[in-house]
Design a protein around this ligand. Structure first.
Ligand code: BDP
Length: 718
């Protein structure tokens, strides 16, 4: 009997565990069953019947999604074809396909949305309650459907709906740094999801799921290949594959873009030059572009990394970025294509502070780029650091469209093992005040075009997606893909609201889960800054792969590739003097901003060592010396990760076993590595400060030599 019970129990445990298994593949589209019976009843009553207007591929997708979402959330009681009902109907379709009486219900709403916007509205007619989801285009309807489903997923009432929403930014794209051999530069979630070898004939269902996930957050474009581009992508052999992907993505409102290698006319075109003013080169790009548009009529355009980190570009021919960008812009203009020309440029032949190099190459040329060129600027002037002051180019080019480039993949943020919620970081930059047109000239306003009245607007996110089953290598980091998409749609959203929404969609609506885990996510970025680069330190990661600490690295050929270039620690102090006594990088900001950065009394201590070289015994606002404060910050970061672990360990009963355990193991790695960061950095900097570790900071368990001896020849993403 006892034995039998044990077997039964074991069976139950295995069964339940399996039931609860969730590999994370479905991202934020979990469509979990609505447990709350009265809410479920409200939904069932309102959604007795679904009525579709239109029959495009996009509308079919919307319909499929509604049926999929509603049957999963409402269970067998939901039936879209039920005849036993009172006639309460959900109607969805674009304006052109709606009947006059339905349009009448919507008043002026259509004038308030743009081509991609949507309206969700409740109304009553002849005693029946209806909900209409519509827009000016089928894509607008699809966005509306995803947002409607989100209401149910987050357990909101759908009784009196009146939602009118449009994307504030036009080009909302992912940049894949994916190579043709399927490795992903700075990718930490497996290999590329693009299976080039089997394309175009084999269409992995994952391409559709990818498009669906992106459409559900409003992402409308994807750059398939690495900014360090291979010209082969522009050959017919590969364009055929690109075309196949474009066909899958199209009904989801997603356009395909490619990176263009500037020297492609030489490499695959047989020309002797890639000079942007050469007639043959001009013609080659025109013909190449025509060939692409013949295959892909809605091709989005090109992204170009030129004259940066050894990539070819117009400067190789004594031309400038305007010449280069306009060459390609002219080629794609007849087809409504755009050129995203990157401002991530710095040269090994230039001894100026790297943070200053992009600005003079672009800002003086404001107004000279063609209308369909948009300059793609990273959030900060160095490179995707855990914290960077906003890039001085934002707001500084009133006549040239400027788009944001955020990094979603965690190149400098511990790779995909570290749970770091990035919308907090994005929000910090988007809300930063450039003062270019007085107070309130925040970065988000340059991006959505309202600051300088720009028509072409955009945001790019360097993807964290790979072929890992959960897409991002860590279920928690799906939040960064999601959050990026939400901010590209509306750069004024708060990180807090995004965390709330994402957690509900992805895990649970239970308050006991949401509140603590939301807090954990919202603090996670500051934790990372603390255990990696507190007080304005930057780029002290180990070299090449950027995995782990390497503040001691000093042997690389280019000065700005060495961490010692950035922290400048010596016996007197630490930090990069970028004020007027130093590199004067602050002069590239509006005077109101520069004054704050220049002044030790007004600068935020979060940016202190970014702009100032400060003595070790310099007193911070809390009365502590710089050395003590820095050591305590490193410790604080470690403690914050410990508290993330404590929080997570209490969440077991709210999460499926699979994701719970994945995240638990990853958090433990993060904790180990946070301590590694603290110990290695403090031991290294202590050689210069010559001061003891303050009370409250744990003693390192290894020597500096040990940390310096660590090597990672196969670190991913390199
Ligand atoms: C750096 C990366 C490098 C990229 C480069 C870029 O280390 O892999 O190619 O940025 O953005 O952060 O072009």
């Amino acid at each position: 009997m006892f034995k039998k019970n044990i077997f039964f129990l074991a069976f139950l445990i295995v069964f339940c565990n399996n039931l609860l298994a969730n590999d994370g593949y479905h991202l934020w589209l979990q469509y979990s069953y609505v447990e709350n019976a009265s809410l479920r009843q409200e939904y069932l009553t309102a959604l007795e019947k679904l009525s579709t207007s239109g029959n495009s591929e996009t509308i079919k997708i919307a319909s499929k999604e509604l049926n999929r979402g509603l049957s999963s959330m409402l269970g067998p009681e939901f039936s879209s074809t039920s005849t036993n009902n009172n006639g309460n109907t959900l109607i969805f379709g674009a304006k052109a396909n709606l009947s006059e009486d339905v349009i009448l219900q919507l008043g002026n709403a259509f004038n308030e949305i743009n081509e991609e916007g949507y309206i969700i509205k409740s109304y009553s007619l002849k005693g029946k309650n209806h909900i209409i989801i519509t827009g000016n285009s089928d894509i607008g309807v699809l966005y509306g459907v995803y947002n409607f489903l989100k209401l149910l997923q987050t357990n909101k009432s759908i009784e009196k709906l009146n939602i009118i929403d449009s994307p504030k930014i036009k080009v909302r794209i992912l940049n894949h740094w994916d190579n043709l051999d399927r490795t992903v530069e700075r990718g930490y979630a497996g290999f590329s999801i693009w299976d080039w070898h089997r394309l175009p004939d084999y269409l992995d269902p994952r391409y559709t799921d990818y498009a669906r996930a992106n459409a559900s957050v409003g992402i409308n474009g994807t750059v398939l290949n690495n900014v360090n581009a291979n010209a082969l992508i522009l050959t017919p052999q590969y364009l055929e594959k690109v075309e196949a992907l474009a066909n899958v993505f199209r009904p989801y409102g997603i356009k395909v873009y490619l990176t263009a290698r500037f020297s492609a006319p030489i490499e695959i075109g047989g020309l002797k030059t890639a000079d942007p003013l050469d007639a043959d080169v001009i013609n080659w790009w025109k013909e190449k572009t025509k060939e692409i548009y013949n295959r892909i009529p809605d091709f989005g355009g090109f992204v170009v990394k030129a004259n940066s980190e050894g990539q070819p570009g117009p400067q190789d021919y004594d031309r400038n970025h305007v010449d280069g960008a306009n060459l390609l812009a002219t080629a794609v203009a007849p087809f409504n294509g755009i050129i995203m020309w990157r401002a991530f440029v710095y040269s090994e032949h230039d001894t100026t502070d790297r943070a200053k190099q992009a600005y003079p190459e672009f800002v003086p040329y404001d107004g000279q780029f063609k209308d369909n060129v948009i300059i793609q600027v990273k959030n900060g002037a160095i490179d995707f650091q855990p914290r960077e002051p906003f890039h001085p180019m934002f707001g500084a080019m009133p006549k040239t469209p400027i788009m944001m480039e955020f990094q979603i993949t965690q190149e400098y943020l511990g790779f995909s093992t570290h749970t770091i919620f990035l919308p907090t970081m994005y929000e910090e930059t988007l809300q930063a005040d450039t003062y270019r047109k007085g107070k309130g000239s925040i970065v988000a306003k340059d991006l959505d075009g309202t600051l300088h009245n720009k028509r072409l607007t955009g945001m790019a996110g360097v993807s964290n997606i790979g072929n890992d089953i959960n897409w991002t290598g860590n279920p928690m980091l799906q939040a960064n893909w999601y959050g990026y998409g939400r901010l590209a749609w509306d750069p004024y959203l708060s990180a807090e609201s995004i965390a709330d929404e994402w957690l509900r969609l992805t895990f649970s609506n239970n308050k006991k889960f949401i509140e603590p885990v939301k807090e954990m996510l919202l603090n996670s970025r500051e934790a990372a800054v603390n255990y990696m680069t507190p007080l304005g330190l930057h780029h002290i990661m180990d070299t090449g792969h950027h995995y782990g600490p390497g503040p001691w690295v000093s042997n690389l050929s280019r000065p700005e590739w060495n961490p010692i270039y950035y922290h400048k620690a010596d016996s007197l102090g630490i930090g990069f003097d970028r004020t007027s006594t130093g590199s004067n990088a602050t002069e590239q900001y509006a005077p109101e901003v520069a004054n704050v950065f220049n002044d030790l009394n007004s600068i935020s201590e979060k940016n202190l060592l970014w702009f100032h070289h400060v003595p070790w015994d310099y007193k911070l606002k809390n009365g502590k010396t710089l050395w003590d404060a820095m050591a305590l910050k490193y410790q604080e970061g470690v403690d914050q990760v410990a508290s993330m672990i404590t929080t997570w360990n209490q969440m077991e009963s709210y999460v499926d076993a699979e994701r719970y355990n994945n995240i638990k193991m990853l958090l433990n790695i993060q904790y180990k590595e946070a301590k590694w960061w603290r110990d290695a950095c403090l031991l290294y900097f202590q050689q210069y400060s010559n001061m003891p570790l303050p009370e409250g900071v744990e003693k390192p368990t290894q020597t500096l030599e040990y940390f310096q001896s660590l090597e990672f020849p196969f670190a991913p993403g390199n």
